[in-house]
Ligand binder design. Structure first.
Ligand code: ZN
Ligand code: ZN
Length: 133
């Protein structure tokens, strides 16, 4: 059976944890971010389990629209210059506790997300050490 990996993420700017223990999704703390659509602003909780796309937002998000993500601590915008290879929307980049980044597409409904390691060998080893057993 595939093991569920729950990612622990932090803001790349203020380095504060984005994990919300008071709002678990699928039994793991969720990732809390502020969001802004064309018409509204609110909060989103993303499931922290790798390969799970579930999320709950307190505002209505239109499918196919790009959402602006900001850090709930320092309010910095989390979109980066990189474009999604699937749909061309800006990517959102978050820091992994173990080193490396998780990039997710800012377009609601686009499935693109991946983990990027800058120092592949060191960070990948640390990543697996943390999640083994
Ligand atoms: Zn921040
Ligand atoms: Zn996309």
């Amino acid at each position: 059976m595939k093991k569920h990996i729950s990612l622990s993420l932090k803001c790349p700017y203020c380095l504060k944890s984005l994990m919300d223990e008071s709002y678990p999704l699928h039994g793991s703390p969720s990732i809390k971010l502020n969001i802004e659509s064309q018409t509204d602003r609110g909060t989103i909780h993303l499931c922290s389990i790798f390969e799970c796309f579930d999320h709950e937002a307190d505002i209505k998000l239109e499918k196919g629209k790009v959402v602006d993500f900001t850090c709930p601590h320092c309010n910095k915008e989390l979109l980066v210059k990189e474009e999604c290879k699937i749909c061309g929307a800006p990517m959102v980049s978050l820091l992994l506790d173990t080193g490396g980044r998780v990039n997710i597409c800012s377009r609601n409904g686009c499935p693109n997300h991946y983990i990027a390691f800058e120092d592949l060998e060191i960070e990948l080893t640390r990543f697996y050490e943390q999640y083994e057993n």
